[in-house]
Design a protein around this ligand. Structure first.
Ligand code: HEM
Length: 169
């Protein structure tokens, strides 16, 4: 059976090596905290203003300011900075934390569309960093889609549910 990582690579078109090229440079040191805050603010402004109601509604029960902080703290910690996210909230466990939301392929593409636009509108982010970040985001988005599909399968087969909880990201 294909692992979630293998599915993520296949569905996103980004292999593991490219997805985790973010670990080859310290993007936090290169870009600095204000750039990460700007990126997440720009991204979530696009999400909360999305003309696509189906996508906007996924975030309807989340407060924009909290979503921004959650996201940039996670990015900072994952890209070489201090563990701001885990100090405040514990393990990121991305699949588990996305469990309440419909993370479909269509939602992943919409999320990535807004993230690409956000990256493109921030002048401080050079092209190489942009490519590295986008590869990581694309792979992770489809990793979450793979986790979401597992959740849906488990719901259809309740007897398997307890034994096959999705692994924490
Ligand atoms: C694939 C499409 C995605 C959808 C539809 C989605 C949706 C959501 C929603 C609705 C939230 C709750 C907002 C909040 O309160 O923080 C959230 C949180 C979060 N997302 Fe995503 N997300 C997606 C992809 C991603 C990706 C690719 C990453 C990382 C690269 C990511 C990282 C996070 C983090 C760190 C949080 C905060 C979790 C928490 O602290 O509860 N998401 N996402």
């Amino acid at each position: 059976m294909q692992s979630l990582q293998e599915k993520a690579a296949q569905w996103s078109g980004v292999d593991q090596e490219d997805a985790f090229a973010i670990d080859g440079t310290n993007l936090f040191e290169k870009l600095g905290l204000p750039t990460f805050v700007n990126l997440s603010t720009n991204f979530y402004t696009r999400v909360y203003d999305d003309e696509e109601e189906w996508f906007r509604s996924i975030f309807a029960n989340s407060k924009k300011e909290e979503a921004i902080q959650n996201q940039y703290e996670f990015f900072v910690q994952r890209m070489g900075g201090p563990p701001l996210y885990s100090q405040r909230k514990g393990h990121p466990a991305l699949i588990g934390r996305h469990r309440p939301f419909p993370v479909t392929r269509q939602a992943a593409e919409r999320w990535l569309h807004h993230m690409q636009q956000a990256l493109d509108s921030i002048a401080e982010i050079d092209d190489d960093s942009k490519t590295k970040m986008m590869n990581f985001f694309r792979h992770t988005a489809f990793f979450l889609v793979a986790g979401d599909e597992l959740k849906n399968q488990n719901q259809q087969v309740p007897c398997k549910h307890a034994a096959s909880k999705p692994a924490a990201a």
